[in-house]
Design a protein around this ligand. Structure first.
Ligand SMILES: *[C@@H]1O[C@H](CO)[C@@H](O)[C@H](O)[C@H]1NC(C)=O
Ligand SMILES: *[C@@H]1O[C@H](CO)[C@@H](O)[C@H](O)[C@H]1NC(C)=O
Ligand SMILES: *[C@@H]1O[C@H](CO)[C@@H](O)[C@H](O)[C@H]1NC(C)=O
Ligand SMILES: *[C@@H]1O[C@H](CO)[C@@H](O)[C@H](O)[C@H]1NC(C)=O
Length: 391
């Protein structure tokens, strides 16, 4: 009965292989573990507000107005890049860690957990506070987020050094960022010269690199590391502006020096990521090019349906870009647009769901990740693309 024995053996092998590989609905990862700031925060700041008594980052209505009518604390009108990524991977929406902490429903964290918190920085809060004219920085730096992660591991997978935890981390997609943007935004918008802020870049990048190395030591196998956005195209910076016409890119209208600043950060980050990849050949480190994925829109806004506002925020309190530093989206004097899908910027600092959706497609089903995400998780390329109303 050799054939049936071998076919039974073969079937057994298949089960083993499949049980090891069938992680999410599309078979790539069992969960997403996310660190970052408001670009990826799915609600932590909202939960932390009561602790920090800081209302700047709550993202309450009209934030989330297109997210099945809910305010989730996401800093957009709807879904974020991390939501589209979860959808592509066939995973549920990634819950904010603080919505579950202490609730006893830690099983929910096994399919993903988000430590990103709006307003956070890569460097510790005292470093940034010393450089932003007395502003208050949320105590949620990358180091703090990693500490939250380590504190929560016993509830998710047991002893952090156990094989269960290493497997949990290894089968997860780690989304490391975007982080570091606020390390620059806070000094730049409180009067620090760009040349000085540029000198923080190596420190910020090294802090991100340390967090990545620590996660690799804990068993991380696949990491997506986003760069910074073209901040020179953001209404917040365009409102500050510059006095000379030469300061604006003649094609896009964005602020040249600020975009060059983002590109500099991204270049430094990529050099370090290549080094990490070299030293860890069994790990996959994927750079996510948020900058160029977003620049597509600023180069051809009409082509992508952003017919009303390339530079004007959908939600703000007036001014040429519908953005003011002192009054924000959600305040009483708010001017809210009718069709957010036709705007790139939601509130002057964060993008609309429509922009995040296009960027997500370009990243995870297109060419704006290095190596291409599709080569790591091929099934995304054969899916029909990101659904419009699947949430
Ligand atoms: C914050 O970071 C700076 C620079 O890395 C370091 O010198 C300082 O000791 C840190 N402060 C705290 C409170 O961790
Ligand atoms: C920030 O939070 C960390 C971890 O929760 C804590 O150890 C640290 O003392 C806090 N720092 C400040 C300045 O509150
Ligand atoms: C975790 O596991 C390691 C190695 O098995 C062991 O040395 C350590 O004591 C354990 N820690 C806890 C808190 O159980
Ligand atoms: C939006 O754009 C359309 C077409 O370009 C235009 O007709 C409409 O007036 C614009 N609406 C606003 C609020 O700017």
């Amino acid at each position: 009965m050799a054939p049936s024995t071998s076919s039974r053996l073969f079937a057994g092998l298949l089960v083993v292989l499949w049980s090891g590989r069938l992680y999410s609905a599309n078979g790539c990862f069992s969960s997403i573990i996310s660190f970052g700031d408001s670009i990826a925060d799915t609600g932590n700041a909202k939960y932390l507000a009561s602790i920090y008594d800081d209302v700047r980052f709550l993202c309450v209505p009209p934030y989330g107005q297109n997210f099945i009518g809910q305010s989730t604390g996401r800093c957009s009108n709807g879904r974020l890049i991390i939501d589209f990524l979860a959808e592509i991977l066939g995973l549920p929406l990634i819950p904010p860690y603080f919505s579950i902490k202490g609730s006893g429903s830690v099983a929910a964290l096994r399919q993903g957990v988000n430590y990103a918190v709006a307003g956070s920085t890569a460097m510790n809060s005292s470093f940034v506070e010393a450089r932003c004219n007395g502003c208050v920085v949320l105590n949620g730096s990358l180091e703090v987020q990693l500490a939250w992660f380590k504190q929560s591991l016993p509830f998710i997978c047991g002893n952090a050094t156990s094989s269960d935890c290493r497997n949990f981390i290894g089968r997860s997609l780690i989304l490391m960022g975007e982080i570091g943007g606020n390390d620059y935004n806070l000094p730049l918008t409180t009067g620090r010269p760009i040349d000085e802020v540029q000198s923080y870049v190596p420190l910020v990048v090294d802090t991100i690199v340390s967090a990545i190395n620590e996660l690799i030591d804990m068993g991380a196998q696949t990491l997506v590391v986003p760069g910074n956005f073209p901040i020179g195209c953001f209404p917040s910076y365009l409102t500050i502006g510059v006095s000379d016409k030469e300061g604006y890119d003649p094609i896009t209208g964005c602020l040249t020096k600020l975009n060059e600043f983002s590109e500099y950060h991204n270049k430094m980050l990529r050099i370090k990521l290549n080094k990490i990849q070299e030293l860890n050949p069994n790990v996959v480190v994927i750079y996510a090019d948020y900058y160029n994925a977003a620049m597509q829109i600023y180069h051809s806004p009409d082509k992508y349906g952003f017919t009303n506002g390339t530079f004007k925020a959908c939600c703000g309190c007036g001014g040429p870009f519908n953005y003011k530093a002192t009054e924000r989206c959600g305040d009483v004097s708010m001017i809210l647009c009718d069709e957010p899908d036709k705007y790139v910027s939601w509130d002057g600092v964060h993008l609309t769901e429509a922009a995040y959706k296009l960027i997500s497609k370009s990243l995870f089903q297109g060419q704006y990740t290095m190596p291409e995400f599709r080569s790591i998780c091929p099934r995304t390329s054969t899916s029909e693309g990101i659904g419009k109303s699947s949430i």
